[in-house]
Ligand binder design. Structure first.
Ligand SMILES: [Zn+2]
Length: 267
């Protein structure tokens, strides 16, 4: 199996969303500045010897500017997205058409990871997401309790949803999915084993940045279940060590660049 990383552009937001107590006021510093950071939006294109082209994460919708509510654009504003970050163009650059994609795996179903399903509307491609994530995202939209993180333009029964059940599933040979909740109820981390015996571990937004995964710095306001997050951290660490994985985190631009610059991995 071969792998390449896809650059879906970036957004910028307050660091407090992803890092507990970033910019918090203190007794001696009553009004510190609020640190902000670029959030690289990351996808992965897998070429599987038996199953063909498989995508992990779909990025934002190409017309996100029309689809994202204004408050979302204010808080999580996309600051880099051009034609070269469109999923159809990224596939073209890799020698494929959107119709060549045999399966899509969603790390979770937030708007910056699943909005790009719009490229596949009407194509009936199987879209794999965790059972709990599919249930929660439709509920979040229907009740408006988590509207904005999820959007109705793609939380749509028109897509060919395929639930992934349980804690660990080898979906295709060499592609193992783990339910690592915390950020959302059904976040799916993914381990891929490449031709050259290298393994990659994608955490989606269970871990946003290096500090979360390597320093054990808890995630911030975007955490939905802190107890689950600590368990997921422990589990991901064990997987990383057991299989000696290269780790790609949900929005870490430095790690992304390290592997994206290498081009085709495992080739
Ligand atoms: Zn995200």
């Amino acid at each position: 199996m071969k792998l390449r990383l896809l650059d879906y552009g970036s957004l910028q937001a307050d660091l407090g969303w992803t890092m507990e107590a970033a910019g918090v006021s203190t007794h001696s510093e009553k009004a510190p500045p609020s640190p902000r950071r670029d959030f690289q939006m990351i996808g992965a294109l897998l070429e599987h010897p038996k199953h063909g082209v498989i995508l992990y994460e779909a990025g934002p919708a190409p017309n996100w500017a029309d689809l994202w509510p204004q408050p979302v654009k204010e808080v999580f504003g996309i600051n880099r997205y051009s034609d070269e970050n469109r999923l159809d163009n990224l596939l073209k650059k890799a020698g494929y058409d959107v119709k060549d994609v045999a399966a899509i795996i969603l790390g979770h179903m937030h708007l910056d990871h699943a909005g790009g399903l719009e490229f596949f509307r009407g194509l009936d491609v199987p879209v794999y997401a965790h059972e709990e994530e599919i249930k929660y995202s439709f509920y979040a939209i229907a009740t408006k309790q988590d509207f904005g993180a999820y959007l109705p333009h793609y939380i749509d029964s028109a897509f060919n949803w395929k639930p992934v059940y349980g804690q660990e599933v080898e979906l295709f040979e060499g592609i193992t999915l783990y339910n690592t909740s915390g950020h959302t109820p059904g976040t799916l981390s993914m381990k891929v084993d490449l031709n050259n015996n290298e393994s990659f571990l994608f955490t989606s937004d269970t871990m946003f940045f290096k500090e979360n995964f390597f320093d054990g710095q808890p995630t911030g306001w975007l955490t939905r279940d802190m107890g689950a997050w600590w368990k997921s951290l422990s589990r991901l660490k064990r997987i990383e060590e057991r299989y000696n994985c290269n780790v790609v985190l949900g929005h870490d631009g430095d790690i992304f660049k390290t592997y994206a610059d290498k081009g085709i991995l495992g080739g």
